[in-house]
Design a protein around this ligand. Structure first.
Ligand SMILES: [Zn+2]
Length: 330
């Protein structure tokens, strides 16, 4: 069916107990044509909150698309309270070009809230926020690792806030990372609008990972139950409890060359563990890297081409926000 072109996400215009395929007007391209953002609204038979789902804010981070498709397919609208408003692709030009960034080179997830009268990416961000996100009561933003890296299935959320912590725990990812929210992210802009929001990082870019997709669909179904959109029992979470990290940081190389990173995702590292090695192009080992403190591998580089300052791995420090040990002196 042809989507209905709309200028605002007006949920009340959609009859209760039905599903609508919308195309949201944002900006116009160089041909003067609308850049239309796809939105699926599943409106329940009964009143209730609106859960917004967004994917592909970064154009090559694709696992969120089948997560949204499958969640919607399994929803019983006659038993749904409120609505699920899902945006399978936010960054339309990035998606077409298989690239992280928007078509002016900006990183959309550093551009929110944007502004009317701003750059290409700023206007787009502002209008997407104003025309879509403003109508949500809650938001789950679906991402993956960036090009040249892999991620576990982990959530970035403010674990000190009861609502966002509850959403993150109900999802039951492999790892929960306390993180208030960085300036310019969609999550940060939603929080500023009073919309509780979490970010889910689902594995790797530019591919669909079936096991992580299935895990994530179950996670969203548990969030629907938590927020009262469904009253039936959601699928049980996986038996392994999520690893909880109170803080995290990336380790970077200080020597260029061919990089090899040793530990797999979610590996538990002791302080001083040998984590990576650099060889020059003649094969001579020029640098070894060690874990500065004990932690767990949240994400890691898979790209051996390492200019000085490239990422090695994303180290999570286990513990609650309050109890995670302070960083050691550099
Ligand atoms: Zn991303």
């Amino acid at each position: 069916m042809q989507p209905t072109v709309v200028q605002q996400l007006d949920l009340d215009a959609i009859p209760r107990g039905t599903r609508a395929h919308l195309a949201l007007e944002t900006v116009r391209d160089g041909l003067g044509a609308d850049m239309l953002v796809p939105v699926v609204v599943a409106r329940g038979a009964r009143p209730g909150p609106v859960l917004g789902l967004t994917a592909v804010v970064h154009g090559n981070e694709l696992n969120g698309i089948p997560v949204i498709h499958r969640l919607l397919q399994e929803l019983d609208l006659s038993r749904l309270a409120g609505a699920v408003a899902a945006v399978p692709v936010v960054n339309v030009p990035g998606y077409h070009r298989n690239e992280r960034r928007f078509n002016d080179g900006a990183d959309l997830n550093r551009t929110f809230p944007g502004r009317e009268g701003g750059t290409n990416a700023e206007v787009f961000s502002w209008r997407f926020l104003d025309r879509a996100v403003r109508h949500f009561d809650y938001l789950v933003d679906l991402h993956t690792a960036s090009f040249g890296r892999t991620n576990s299935l982990y959530i970035r959320a403010d674990l000190r806030d009861a609502t966002t912590r509850g959403m993150a725990e109900a999802f039951h990812p492999q790892l929960l990372l306390h993180n208030r929210s960085e300036d310019g992210t969609l999550r940060d802009a939603a929080l500023d609008l009073g919309v509780p929001a979490i970010t889910v990082e689902i594995g790797n870019p530019q591919r669909i990972q079936e096991d992580l997709v299935r895990h994530s669909v179950g996670g969203l179904q548990r969030i629907l139950a938590l927020l009262g959109l469904v009253d039936h029992t959601p699928p049980a979470p996986p038996p392994t409890p999520p690893i909880r990290c109170g803080r995290s940081y990336w380790l970077y190389t200080d020597r260029g060359g061919v990089l090899e990173v040793f530990p797999p995702l979610l590996a538990s590292l002791d302080a001083g563990a040998h984590i990576a090695q650099v060889r020059d192009i003649y094969g001579v080992v020029t640098r070894d890297f060690h874990a500065p403190e004990a932690g767990v591998v949240i994400g890691r580089s898979t790209n051996p081409v390492n200019q000085t300052g490239s990422r090695i791995l994303h180290l999570g420090i286990e513990g609650d926000p309050e109890t995670a040990p302070a960083a050691p002196d550099a």
